[in-house]
Design a protein around this ligand. Sequence first.
Ligand code: SF4
Length: 115
Amino acid sequence: MSINWQRARCAGMKITDHWDPWFLPEQMDHALAICNGGYTAGVGCPIREECLLYAQTHECRAGIWGGMSELARKALRLHKPEADWHWQTEEDALEGLDVAALIAEEESWADEGTR
Ligand code: SF4
């Protein structure tokens, strides 16, 4: 999969020690809004799906990728088949799951096949 990262909504955004909404937990709502169109009339990042799949298949566990939180992406990895790893709201990704158990749930990339 070849991804044109230059099309990303986050492309060129200046990250500093004090402004990094993709990886500073207290700022992650901003990253979710940028990815998902919260500041642009609902028009999300044009490569959101590609970004999400990249993270899911390249051990990118930390931070915001594909407009989803670490926990929501973990929910997809552990509880949905890979064919269903599409963007969804945090609420939908976590629906029906015991969040505390999900946080504690171990996952192993080695157990997930050949990616
Ligand atoms: S979906 Fe990915 S590429 Fe797009 S703005 Fe969010 S983090 Fe950046």
